[in-house]
Design a protein around this ligand. Structure first.
Ligand code: NAG
Ligand code: NAG
Ligand code: NAG
Ligand code: NAG
Ligand code: NAG
Ligand code: NAG
Length: 507
């Protein structure tokens, strides 16, 4: 059961009528481990030097129960830090749902600006991911609902707060300003941490952070509408071919030996057991393609050419005129799954780890309703069904979701009014090609809560290392981020200096 959960959630979301649980498509562990084994442009691990350390963390920050502590891994680099006496800043990347090394080595922007800021870099890992496992190991940590119950956003934020407070004390750097960074769920954590712990961090760069993808804050069809639009803007015939393919797949599957034929057409290693498996596999590719529709070649999830969706559509549209819909789809999706040309046959799901922590989070706090609309979507029409979502969560984890908890604990309703009069120093950066952008903050909320939006950007593209092919709008977005962060630090230091002279004058 476990090893297919991730896929099941995706499949049941779009294709099944009886049960359904959308699995939010943040980069998953499976793909991460694969990505890490490949030499990556700009993601070359040799260019990121850091020490790996461990910090003993409280398992439950919100009770005084006598629970075992756990080791939280963190990466640290002080090559460029100007030190405590200079109020040298501390840049903290809020680790998200995966191995922290993967996030650190895919966040070149932070490494590149460290010298300019004289910043200390720290990358604490999110609990229950990578090596930061409570109860000593993954198997124990993921055993059941009781052991998993400490995998929550508020515990993770408290980890970061406790961690950086202790780190500063050890470095006698209590007065150094902390700036938070994060992409995707990590960006949500960065924004939320700035709001929850304003005394601990002076500001946050929240890149591609869908903090509004909850309850009815944004229409549930937003995500799939954006994915679909990304394909439509390249080619309407490509969009239509994909839209027509779902029925073609089902029709083929109903034929005698149809599943066998489909397995052959799509070059699967093993025979398909259902057309849903195939549809889920395609759905997943399109969604990831929309996230990583970057303007230059990269291998964040998979090695891909620049503008990969354009490439997929070129294959779909450009197949020989007698090619069937399914042959076209195979040619297109091969750009995603087989760009290197080195894949002998496709595996449906090669997640060897089983249960994925994100699914637990999606079944508890991170309930992000998603639908697929009849009109604008190239996917099968589907209406989010909370009852069946809840049923799936109960069957899988023995837990009931709390879909309203995030907005109760962290806000979201009428965020404009709330944050205008309360928050400050947050950058919400988004690229509009990224399907998660629809759940993020795309408007300036105040003079210091700023939205930096790029029409042609993908999923936290701004956090990636610079490349010679960077388009002008990307260079400008990063420059704007640097200016804003400089301003936060400058203001903070002025206040510190003013306090200090006030103190001196009262001596
Ligand atoms: C979960 O596992 C722990 C450790 O083995 C055990 O003490 C606990 O009773 C289990 N909880 C449930 C709900 O099964
Ligand atoms: C601070 O120093 C103590 C004592 O050496 C150590 O146990 C702890 O892990 C350090 N904190 C961090 C965040 O490294
Ligand atoms: C189909 O089901 C069999 C038996 O459960 C399994 O071994 C096989 O891997 C499945 N095929 C695919 C493509 O997942
Ligand atoms: C991957 O691409 C290569 C080169 O085009 C091709 O020979 C191979 O059959 C493809 N693999 C799959 C699984 O389609
Ligand atoms: C939603 O799911 C529940 C539980 O699986 C089911 O009984 C109900 O018919 C579904 N509702 C719709 C509108 O499909
Ligand atoms: C928000 O304000 C900044 C200036 O601080 C500006 O560069 C940016 O374009 C504005 N964002 C939007 C979405 O209007």
């Amino acid at each position: 059961m476990a090893s297919h959960l991730v896929l099941l959630l995706i499949i049941s979301f779009v294709f099944s009528t009886s049960s359904s649980s959308p699995s939010p498509r943040f980069p998953r562990q499976t793909l991460q481990s694969r990505a890490r084994t490949q030499p990556s442009r700009g993601g070359d691990r040799n260019s990121y030097r850091y020490e790996t350390k461990y910090f003993s963390q409280q398992l439950d920050h919100f009770s005084f129960a006598d629970l075992p502590k756990f080791s939280q891994r963190y990466l640290i680099n002080s090559d460029h830090w100007t030190g405590a006496s200079e109020l040298g800043p501390i840049f903290l990347y809020c680790g998200n749902e995966g191995d922290i090394e993967w996030f650190a080595t895919n966040s070149g922007f932070i490494w590149e600006i460290a010298p300019k800021f004289g910043a200390l870099l720290v990358f604490p890992e999110h609990r229950y991911y990578g090596e930061s496992m409570p109860y000593g190991n993954r198997e124990e940590a993921y055993k059941n609902a009781t052991t998993l119950s400490y995998l929550t956003t508020e515990q993770a934020l408290a980890d970061f707060a406790v961690f950086v407070t202790d780190l500063k004390r050890n470095l006698s750097a209590e007065a150094s300003p902390v700036v938070l960074f994060g992409g995707s769920y990590g960006g949500m954590l960065a924004a939320w941490m700035r709001l929850k712990y304003p005394h601990i961090a002076i500001g946050a760069l929240a890149s591609s952070a869908p903090i509004l993808q909850f309850e009815d804050l944004v229409p549930p069809q937003t995500f799939y509408d954006i994915v679909s639009n990304d394909f439509k803007r390249e080619s309407s015939s490509c969009f239509s071919t994909i839209k027509d393919s779902w029925d073609a797949i089902i029709a083929e599957g109903e034929k005698e030996n149809g599943l066998q034929q489909l397995s052959k057409t799509f070059h699967f290693c093993r025979a398909l057991n259902s057309t849903d498996d195939l549809s889920g596999w395609l759905d997943s590719a399109y969604s990831y393609l929309a996230m990583v529709d970057y303007p230059y070649a990269a291998d964040f999830m998979m090695p891909l050419p620049g503008h990969p969706i354009k490439e997929v559509c070129r294959k779909i549209d450009g197949a020989s005129s007698d090619a069937s819909i399914l042959e076209r789809i195979y040619a297109g999706v091969s750009v995603y799954y087989n760009y290197t040309g080195k894949v002998g046959c496709f595996e449906l799901d090669d997640d060897p780890h089983g249960l994925d922590g994100w699914n637990w989070q999606a079944c508890t706090e991170m309930v992000m309703p998603m639908s697929s609309s009849q009109e604008n979507s190239m996917f099968t029409t589907y209406d989010f069904n909370y009852s069946s979502y809840k049923e799936d969560c109960w069957n899988t984890f023995g837990v009931n979701p709390r879909p309203r908890w995030v907005t109760t604990e962290l806000g979201g309703h009428d965020i404009e009014t709330t944050l205008k009069s309360f928050g400050s120093n947050i950058i919400f950066s988004n690229g509009l090609l990224d399907p998660w952008s629809g759940g993020s903050v795309l408007k300036n909320l105040s003079s210091t809560i700023v939205a930096l939006v790029t029409e042609e950007g993908g999923h936290h593209l701004d956090l990636r290392p610079s490349t010679p092919e960077d388009p002008k709008w990307l260079v400008e977005q990063r420059e704007a981020e640097i200016r804003l962060i400089q301003e936060w630090i400058r203001t903070y230091r002025l206040e510190k200096v003013a306090q200090f002279s006030l103190l001196k004058s009262s001596w």
